[in-house]
Design a protein. Structure first.
Lengths: 194, 396
């Protein structure tokens, strides 16, 4: 149960894809921008490749609720194959959006979303990350996509703040920062909204 | 300073600020990140803690006992089966009056094996002579850890302190947090100068010898008196902490209890979820309130009774089963505390959230619905139930 000025996001990924890291990074960057934030994973018998869920709450007032998110404003699907096994649109609010990592367009994806009539966004996170970072690291493109689609943070301010966060996070390997920043910008430009 | 940290990061940061003399380190989910992050601070030379890696929790607590007995300040962190493996040593630490600090990241105690949160681990240690302080969120996990040493080390108390937070829900959730300056923390904590210790040249001390029957009971009574004295010290330290942080703590938190007719008593992160439910019900005109127990040992029985004296119906919510066949441990304490009230509220126990079962605001609203019904009809129904329990048919 969120208040009107709270944005709730649910991440679906597979263990090892970085959905949890992206979720925590979003919380950190939104916090730098002065928001109240929560970023938390849901843990089970974790292993590489198993479906995992992570959550964000971003609001103007501190949220004291510590339950999982059942009625998200945005759903992020880091692995397209989850559409067949997980009810990713479950509880997704009308007026919200689903953002999927896929090579397909929103129009092509819609039939697979069992009656979801709202906004569908797609991004080829794998190709973007492989082109720029040289590896399939889909979480950074997905993070950029959700910021772009949701407008929960000002995009330019987000890029400035996340660079700060990267400098801290990657203090011992600063060479990866530039690639991640290029990935973020390219992903914001490429995400398709339908 | 404002930051965003998980509960585990917050405690690891507190450890770095405190710079304890010794850490007995052994990892177990979900507390692993505490020794992990702190190990980085040790490796980077940010602290000069003697970081002792051991082969089990039995040994990590043994390291703490030996170090603290020698006059050093010792810390450790653990969860679930790790705490259970320390069990014998918890009693040794408390009865030797060694104010060790332990960060307990609450996780269900096996079995069936489960890594998620409930309070069965620390509730199992509730009679070990340790002070127990529980956190609702990352901020409280940080603040409680900073207050532990000034409470435990004071001569009238001299007891070990366990600061508890909910595994994953608090330990792995990144939220906003206000951190104190390190020099402020160090002034607040001060130096540890025990009167007597193992390696004191002028007055060497034996620690942990056999205690014969003519003395044993006197020593246990002294320990019990120390636990009683801890209540006043916890409030003193909270007042000192408020001066440096602006954040106020008591033995428990009363949330919208002024005129509450229906109330919950519970511990930990669910208190935050319950606050949202209370706010919603208040908007609808329901006189709902919440008592969040912060200090479970010593149990603030008289104070809780006063807080609940004006209510009509109360639900105690236990995040551990206890297997007493008569309700969970928080229920036992609360019901006992209310016995001396002239007009007692109706009282029920709801065991919830075992093994990480999620609790929503709607679940809390249902509990208040049940309390409203009890208050109106005087019919309690079953005194002790389990929240959201599925029937055999539903499980099939």
């Amino acid at each position: 149960m969120a208040t009107n000025n709270m944005v709730e996001i649910r991440w679906h990924g597979r263990g090892g894809q970085g959905a949890k890291s992206a979720c925590l990074l979003l919380a950190d960057v939104a916090g730098i921008a002065g928001k109240f934030v929560q970023g938390f994973p849901e843990y089970g018998p974790e292993r590489m490749g198993a479906p995992i869920t992570a959550y964000n709450r971003i609001s103007e007032k501190r949220c004291t609720i510590h339950s999982n998110i059942y009625y998200p404003d945005y759903v992020i699907v880091v692995d397209e194959s989850l559409l067949d096994s997980v009810d990713v649109i479950g509880g997704l609010k009308e007026g919200g959006a689903i953002i999927i990592n896929t090579t397909l367009s929103p129009q092509e994806m819609r039939p697979r979303l069992r009656g979801w009539a709202g906004k569908v966004c797609t991004i080829d996170a794998r190709r973007i990350s492989e082109e720029i970072l040289g590896k399939n690291l889909p979480n950074t493109p997905m993070l950029a996509a959700v910021v772009k689609v949701s407008s929960v943070l000002d995009a330019e301010r987000f890029l400035v703040d996340i660079e700060e966060s990267f400098k801290h996070k990657f203090a011992d390997k600063p060479e990866v920062i530039e690639g991640n920043m290029i990935t973020l910008r390219k992903s914001m430009a490429e995400v398709q909204v339908g | 300073m404002s930051d965003r940290l998980s509960g585990n990061e917050a405690v690891a940061y507190a450890l770095k600020q405190i710079n304890p003399d010794v850490m007995g380190a052994f990892p177990i989910t979900p507390s692993t990140e505490i020794p992990e992050y702190f190990a980085q601070a040790v490796a980077d030379g940010e602290v000069n803690t003697e970081y002792v890696t051991v082969e089990s929790e039995h040994s990590s607590m043994s390291v703490c006992i030996a170090a603290q007995a020698a006059g050093a300040r010792a810390v450790c962190a653990t969860s679930s089966a790790g705490l259970a493996l320390m069990y014998e040593l918890l009693y040794v630490a408390a009865s030797c009056r060694l104010p060790i600090t332990l960060a307990c990241v609450n996780r269900a105690l096996t079995g069936p094996i489960n890594i998620n949160n409930d309070h069965s681990d620390s509730m199992g240690a509730r009679d070990s002579g340790w002070i127990q302080i529980y956190a609702e969120n990352n901020q409280e996990a940080y603040d409680n850890f900073l207050m532990a040493m000034p409470i435990g080390e004071t001569p009238s108390v001299r007891l070990p302190v366990m600061t508890c937070m909910d595994g994953f829900i608090t330990s792995h959730a990144v939220e906003n947090i206000e951190l104190l300056d390190t020099d402020v923390v160090r002034r607040f904590i001060g130096e540890y100068n025990p009167e007597n210790y193992l390696l004191k040249k002028e007055n060497p001390l034996a620690v942990g010898p056999y205690d014969v029957s003519p003395y044993y009971m006197e020593h246990k009574v002294l320990e019990a008196e120390a636990m009683k004295a801890a209540k006043a010290r916890i409030l003193e330290v909270a007042a000192e902490f408020e001066r440096i942080s602006g954040r106020r703590y008591g033995l428990f938190e009363e949330y919208r209890m002024e005129d509450a007719e229906l109330a919950l008593v519970l511990i930990g992160s669910t208190a935050g979820t319950a606050k949202a439910a209370v706010d919603k019900l208040r908007e609808e005109g329901v006189k709902a309130g919440l008592v969040k127990i912060r200090v479970f040992r010593p149990f603030p029985g008289e104070e809780v009774a006063r807080a609940l004296a004006g209510t009509k119906a109360v639900a105690v919510m236990d995040k551990s089963e206890g297997f007493s066949a008569n309700g969970g441990p928080l229920f036992a304490e609360t019901r006992s505390a209310l016995y001396d009230l002239k007009n007692r509220p109706y009282l029920i126990d709801i065991v919830y959230g075992l093994g990480g079962r999620d609790v929503k605001t709607e679940d809390i609203e249902k509990v208040f619905g049940r309390l409203a019904n009890i208050a109106a009809t005087g019919e309690i129904g079953p005194v002790y139930t389990h929240m959201g329990q599925r029937s055999k048919e539903e499980n099939a």
